[in-house]
Design a protein around this ligand. Sequence first.
Ligand code: FAD
Length: 414
Amino acid sequence: MSASIDAAPRRDAGLARQHLIDPEICIRCNTCEATCPIGAVTHDERNYVVRFDVCNACNACISPCPTGAIDHWRQVLQTKPYTLEEQLAWDKLPVQAELDVGAGAELPLEVAAATAQATAGQGGTVSAPASAEVPRTNLYSLKNPVIAKVTGNFRLTAEDATSDIRHIVLDFSAAAMPVLEGQTIGIVTPGVDEHGRPHYVRLYSVASPRDGERPGYNNLSLTVKRVTEDHAGQPVRGVCSNYLCDLRNGEEVRVVGPYGASFLMPNHLGASLLMVCTGTGSAPMRAMTERRRRLKSGNEGGQLMLFFGARSPGELPYFGPLTQLPRDFTDHNLAFSRVPGQPRHYVQDLIRARAPDVARLLRDEESYVYICGLKGMEAGVDAAFGEVCAAHGLSWSELLPRLRESGRYHVETY
Ligand code: FAD
């Protein structure tokens, strides 16, 4: 049965995503107007334009457009979309305007606390890479969450694997939900806890690039592990992870955020990324890798080096797609700790095994380090970086503060 959250309409948070047509590229062929099933596209002798109050972002017009002029979007205030008159007068599209929707207002206490705990391993607040896109944060609060619809929920781990990790796709329809790779969103679980209070917000890293799980669609994906035992191994039913993992297509989810202004990727293609993750810590790495894959046309630009740990191949999310990526695109190093008959390998072992390459990246001013996953991985990874540095004429204790100061070292563990 599909659940429906009626309380909040889609565009009630002040922001909306407006569909626009680029007048510089459009060849005025009328394909969009002829294709639109609800009459949202119109034109005069000068421009083809989209009616904000009619368009429901169904995307029917996108692929038939021969030039791509149709596929342009801007975040606007719900009350101040570009009017038809404005669009009809344009020679070129306006740039994205900075929007004042009270963003950055109060961060929910639990979000601030969870973020502080997750980033403790990087040694306090670290700035974002200098070339990172400016993130939008805290656009939707508990008072005015945005409603997303589930459009996919797939198990990523093998059927016989002990962990159930899922790839969940959320669609935001016409609501603006601008996210960058490395940001998190908050999920509000329906109902109340054992004390009768609303469940607190849980954070999940965005696993898709900024242009959507499917390019051009207003959606994003999450990588969620169903929590069935606590950190001590005792059976428990994690409130939010089980809620998310049990969602079916068509069901609605209350979302707050986005959050995070530091764990962001550099925008310049020349930058290299050194990524270390375990389990669902792969979510931001998938987003960043996929962003690069969509941008790159050849082998130009910086290197992507990934260290990814799991108990076995069946427990490693995105194992299949990852291993199919060409080696000259990602230098991926997979560490398995529980494969019968094989020695236990952890990400730190592979970092040590690749010491010359890791040292080269740590030395390179254009490389950026990202660590995400279980809290328990931090100490081992830190020790491995220390050993790599010592063996290659670097001092980790001197290098680490420099990496932090220049926005090149980011940790998010939970
Ligand atoms: P709860 O009901 O909150 O907890 C039940 C019990 O399980 C508690 O005893 C708790 O201590 C324990 N527990 C909580 N989390 C875990 C865990 N991961 N493993 C074992 N025991 C646990 N989770 C993802 O699945 N994917 C992500 O991309 C992701 N990104 C995050 C990013 C940040 C910045 C942070 C802070 C957390 C992230 N998390 C992610 C963790 C997520 O926010 C929840 O904490 C997690 O899903 C458990 O929530 P729950 O409501 O199911 O469990």
